[in-house]
Design a protein around this ligand. Structure first.
Ligand SMILES: Nc1nc2c(ncn2[C@@H]2O[C@H](COP(=O)(O)OP(=O)(O)OP(=O)(O)O)[C@@H](O)[C@H]2O)c(=O)[nH]1
Length: 275
């Protein structure tokens, strides 16, 4: 990095199965990187799921890791984009099954079906997943929809808002403009969930692997929530990035123990702004 401008983009490939969380958090809020000293910013985490063996791998991983969370599931949970590769080698039903499993774990990442990793690079490079609001990942009525390069249709069905697979799930809550007390309470709720593994009025533990969101204050300021493992940040979205960002906000949590009471607890914090 001392050779300024020598690199356009750095792609780190983890060895085999690895939890991307520690690496992502190292690059995300590392002081040297964050202050621009090293000219590095974390763009996003991409996960390639093998359509032939992916499902088996997820099941095996999880079965041998009862108390924790299987490594392959951590990978999917911590991803901003998922490529479901070798799509040509399995029957459509198998592909749809794997896709549904991925969607249940991570409701926030676009899923692209690929053959030999063929993908328009704009979907995986320069996505600013740690800076911009999460993309709108629309789903059809049964909660499964694979985005492809030529996917330009609209979806009018409301996406399901709570998915669960073997205890790992995504929880999504929509909200309208938040006032200062909402913002303060939300900050505290997230801090407790990430640092204490607890949320108000719920006895059971939560373990959040990734959280993201976007919301607007009543003053019209757009905020982005980002979190990896127990690190999180709520930052103002610069005006140049706010164009076209809807005032309706959403908060997406991915992790373990995200039950209905947890959803209710979060909704209670946002009460008066739920849409
Ligand atoms: N038919 C088909 N073959 C593929 C596809 N992607 C990779 N392959 C082939 O599958 C074989 C194994 O490749 P990979 O599965 O990518 O290898 P890998 O062992 O996962 O790679 P690492 O885990 O990175 O070491 C190679 O011969 C690839 O050419 C695909 O989408 N369709």
């Amino acid at each position: 990095m001392q050779k300024k401008g020598a690199f356009d983009y750095i792609l780190l490939e983890t060895t085999g199965l690895a939890d991307p969380g520690p690496i992502a958090s190292m690059f995300w809020l590392n002081e040297e990187y964050a202050t621009g000293l090293a000219d590095i910013v974390l763009d996003g985490v991409v996960c390639v799921v093998d359509a032939v063996f992916g499902q088996k791998q997820m099941e095996e991983d999880h079965a041998t890791d009862d108390l924790h969370i299987g490594e392959s599931i951590r990978q999917i949970a911590g991803s901003d984009v998922v490529l479901l590769n070798k799509a040509d080698l399995v029957e459509p039903e198998v592909l749809a099954g794997t896709e549904a499993l991925i969607r249940q774990i991570n409701a926030a990442a676009p899923i692209y079906k690929t053959v030999k990793g063929e993908i328009n690079l704009k979907h995986i490079i320069g996505i600013s997943a740690f800076r911009l609001p999460p993309p709108d990942v629309s789903t059809n009525t049964n909660g499964t929809h694979v985005h492809t390069d030529d996917c330009d249709h609209s979806h009018d069905s409301r996406p399901p808002t709570h998915y669960e697979v073997k205890g790992i799930s995504s929880l999504q809550v929509a909200c309208s403009a938040l006032d200062q007390s909402h913002l303060d309470k939300l900050d505290e709720w997230i801090r407790n969930a990430l640092w204490e593994n607890r949320v108000e009025d719920v006895d059971s533990e939560v373990q959040i692997l990734r959280c993201k969101g976007a919301f607007t204050s009543q003053k019209g300021v757009h905020y982005v929530l980002q979190g990896v493992r127990n690190m999180y940040e709520i930052s103002e979205l610069p005006a140049t990035d706010s164009i076209g960002v809807p005032d309706t906000g959403k908060i997406i949590l991915i992790g373990k123990g995200l039950t209905d009471p947890v959803r209710k607890s979060l909704e209670a914090v946002l009460v008066g702004s739920i849409v």
